[in-house]
Every structure is written in structure tokens, then in C-alpha cells.
Ligand binder design. Structure first.
Ligand code: DX5
Ligand code: ZN
Length: 228
């Protein structure tokens, strides 16, 4: 059985009740929390910093927190997010001058390291650093906003990365971010993803239990097809 992880993106949560809404989505079955950090420089939007992550930890949110840094520069925020309670820290390779050094910094701060690829970013950035990665994030929309449509070019890219991971016989997680919904999650999983960021398609519903249950059913179907 392939293990799949759901990572609700709290960018689409109710910010006036962030702690409560985050707990609600975890109680409904979310595995991780996807935490989108935007700086109005690398991407044209401004969201949350380490202080908010720390507040969620203080509010007793104990699941893994998957920090997606859409910021430039990257390095000075890494120790701050690690200290605030991040588990995974993922950054965009174009946003730092020294990808290898930034990966080392994440590890030195006790977190798992991820590299994020925009729809047009070449996978060449994986060369020479694969062995340092715990996670590869493929953006299936251009970064900056929730509620955008999934770009179909992601399917081939997922298959490509999935093959690379297999060839390395490594257990790097393959995460997909942007436009993931009930009606495309199975195809995304068939293409090789095992971590799914879900923002608007989840928080847009009043009953998170129902939607997560339906998503799990889709993933169960994928698993049944993998076995036979
Ligand atoms: C986009 C963010 C995503 C976003 C996903 O730049 O990185 O994590 O919150 O939202 P949906 O699922 O609505 O596309
Ligand atoms: Zn994200």
C-alpha cells in the first residue's frame, strides 16, 4: 500500500479563527499543515511569518508543519521557522544564490529539506543535490495565490520526477501544490505524487470531514489499482 499524505493549505483557512480552523481540518483527517510564506517580492502576495507558526504550535497543533517558502532571499528565515516549530522547509531554487548551502542550513536547523519547482522551472536543479532532499514539491500553478486551476503540464513532470526518485531508490516525498481537487487527485496520484496540498477545494466546504473522506476514497481506489 502506498502511503498518501494530505497537507491542507491554511492559506485558504479562516484567518480570523486560524487556530480553530486548523484544528478542525486536522480533526477531519488532514495529515500535515501546509504553511505558505509569501513576501510580496518573490511572489506578488504577502502572507504569514514564523510568529504565526509559533502561535499554532502554542495552540497545540502537533502535526507536521510543511513550510513552503516563496521568499527571496531565503536563508535568514530558515532558523526562524525551525525555531518556531517547522518540520519541513521547502524553498524555490531560483530564490537563493547557493542551493546546496541553503539545503545544509535547513538540515543544520533540524528540519527536513524540500525543493520547490515552478511550472517552468527546470528539473536540472535536482542534479547534485538529490541525496540531500526529503521532499520535492511540484507547483501545479504559478505560485502566489490559492484557487487557481491545475496546469496539465504537471502530469508529465510528476512522472519524470517520480522516475528519478525510483532510479535513486530513495524515499523522497513527491508533493504537488495548486489546484488539487476531488476530481483530479486520483490522476495526480497515478502520476506519482504522494503528498497533496489542498487549499480552496477543502476550505471552501463547510464540512471538512465529508470532503476528506471522499478524497481518501479516491486515494484508496488508486492504491487498489497499484496492487492489481
Ligand atoms: C500557491 C500556494 C498553494 C495554495 C494552494 O502559491 O503555494 O499552497 O495555497 O491553494 P489551492 O489548493 O486553492 O490551489
Ligand atoms: Zn504552497
Amino acid at each position: 500500500m502506498k502511503k498518501f499524505f494530505l497537507a491542507p493549505s491554511i492559506l485558504s483557512a479562516d484567518f480570523a479563527r486560524l487556530g480553530k480552523d486548523t484544528k478542525k481540518v486536522i480533526d477531519a483527517g488532514g495529515d500535515w499543515i501546509h504553511f505558505d510564506v509569501m513576501d510580496n517580492h518573490y511572489v506578488p502576495n504577502l502572507t504569514m511569518g514564523p510568529m504565526i507558526l509559533k502561535s499554532l504550535r502554542d495552540y497545540n497543533i502537533t502535526v507536521p508543519i510543511d513550510v513552503h517558502l516563496m521568499v527571496k532571499p531565503v536563508d535568514n528565515l530558515i532558523p526562524q521557522f525551525a525555531k518556531a516549530g517547522a518540520n519541513f522547509i521547502t524553498f524555490h531554487p531560483e530564490a537563493t544564490d547557493h542551493v546546496d548551502r541553503t539545503l545544509n542550513l535547513i538540515k543544520e536547523n533540524g528540519c527536513k529539506a524540500g525543493l520547490a519547482f515552478n511550472p517552468s522551472t527546470s528539473l536540472n536543479f535536482l542534479d547534485y543535490v538529490m541525496h540531500k532532499l526529503d521532499l520535492i514539491l511540484l507547483m501545479s500553478v504559478n505560485p502566489g495565490f490559492s484557487s487557481q486551476s491545475f496546469l496539465p503540464s504537471t502530469f508529465n513532470k510528476l512522472r519524470e520526477v517520480s522516475k528519478k526518485i525510483e532510479l535513486n531508490s530513495s524515499n523522497i516525498l513527491l508533493e504537488v501544490d495548486g489546484g488539487v481537487k476531488l476530481d483530479n487527485i486520483a490522476e495526480i496520484a497515478f502520476s506519482g505524487a504522494n503528498v497533496f496540498v489542498i487549499g480552496s477545494a477543502l476550505f471552501g466546504h463547510t464540512n471538512y470531514d465529508i470532503i476528506i473522506k471522499k478524497i481518501r476514497e479516491e486515494l484508496k481506489y488508486v492504491n487498489s489499482r497499484f496492487i492489481h
